[in-house]
Design a protein around this ligand. Sequence first.
Ligand SMILES: Nc1nc2c(ncn2[C@@H]2O[C@H](COP(=O)(O)OP(=O)(O)OP(=O)(O)O)[C@@H](O)[C@H]2O)c(=O)[nH]1
Ligand SMILES: [Mg+2]
Length: 520
Amino acid sequence: MGSSWGGVERQNLALLFISSVALRKSLTFHSLGFLIYKRKIMIPILQSCLMIVARFFKGVCFVLFLSMSIVTVQLGQCGNQIGFEVFDVLFNDSHCPGGLCSKRENEAYQASCKERFFSEEENGVPVARAVLVDMEPKVINQTLSKAARSGWWKYGQHSCFCQKQGSGNNWAYGYSVHGPRHKESIMNLIQKEVEKCDSLSGFFIIMSMAGGTGSGLGTFVTQNLQDQYSSALKMNQIIWPYGTGEVIVQNYNSILTLSHLYRSSDALLVHENDAVHKICAKLMNIKQISFCDINQVLAHQLGSVFQPTYSREGSFHYRRNPLGDLMENLVPHPEFKMLGVRNIPQMSENSLAYSTFTWAGLLKHLRQMLVSNAKMEEGIDWQVRPPLSGLPPLGKMSVNKETHFNTSIANLVILRGKDVHSADVGAFKDPALYTSWLEPLHAFNVWKTQRAFRKYEKSAALVSNSQSLVKPLDMIVGKAWNMFASRAYLHQYTKFGIEEEDFLDSFTLLEQVIASYCNL
Ligand SMILES: Nc1nc2c(ncn2[C@@H]2O[C@H](COP(=O)(O)OP(=O)(O)OP(=O)(O)O)[C@@H](O)[C@H]2O)c(=O)[nH]1
Ligand SMILES: [Mg+2]
């Protein structure tokens, strides 16, 4: 920001100098007629003054409206692979030709995206505001070279930290061994990235819950960010493991991650691998689904949330504080910080070319996806209806159980594309959708921008803080408890300083979270 301000001031000074010269000249020619004086001297002076004022305000607007930045921390295999796809989507979307809006709007959108997620290097290639951390080099090397191959953006030369050996899917090893051992180096890298931001919105930390590095070290790093940058926001993107067929101790790793993050993070944005896998199979028509496919769907969803939107209807300024605005809208109470994302439409490029959508249709489906807790458009249960409003909380709870109605604490709908101003989101303001202790006025928000997202003429994202994660959380806690009750694999944790009491604390905290969400 310093240099931009400096630039504005320098230009202003030059203009002041020119106008003062013009003024002096005007005095020497005072014998000339009033007409000449007015037209030839006064007008340039007035113009110069106006320009100074305009530039001054432009400088102020620049400072007031330019987006704050997010530093992304990618941890472990999963965090790094997803991080790459997210930056790729953000960059490609903001450079997507057209975007169904004016050139000026497009440029402002691009500038806002850049300020949020990229810093500029001397040779003009944007550099992701990211720190890459893994305890083994393979994935980081692949991630760096993929970004370099894209040629459009890259990671910073000195933004990676890796070692030779991973954490072997052991949360305790990542948290208690790698964490303290490498704390200084990792926090230094993050600090350097923070120093490149004119204004910091916060941290976006991407990690899986099931491995050892992303989950254990990721938790350790988040706690340290909380200590060191207590006023900056922290949002963790966590990947929920497949229900079956993965790491044997994944439920232990998951409960340790979730319970610790519940104390140190401001919001947990959750994506379930099973759910995204289904989207790849059913909506994207992919036959052999790879992590790359899954990560692209995930990155699309994240991009549609994080790309700039106007600060309010009719405004031409983009939201300044991306994480702050999300938290303000979605996390009204620290007891409830689990967020999920839904998108519509989501389909392969081929199908997209032959499809047309109306806002009314998209929003009707999105609302039913929310209330029936469907992660995708296909297979929505249209039988699920909100309980009658006005029912006392207990009555509401029993109805919810019967109908599997998904009660929300807060919802944010983000709409992008053609005729967005005509989209009516009234159906999301129904009090029956929300817990009784929050008015829909506070529980629901909509952000709109007519700039289309990627190749989608219209697209809607819904970020919600709702009961939708109760069931998977309950399953993970239940499975971990069964293993814990028979003391299975505990020695792998106790030998690195994570004791039975730590597990018990985690169980207690998560049971409380489940109960709180159930009682909405
Ligand atoms: N969506 C998605 N999930 C992944 C990806 N890579 C791994 N996972 C999931 O992450 C979990 C395993 O964690 P990893 O990220 O591989 O582990 P790590 O953080 O590298 O930790 P260690 O290898 O133990 O040092 C499993 O649940 C995988 O399904 C990925 O690229 N995308
Ligand atoms: Mg690994």
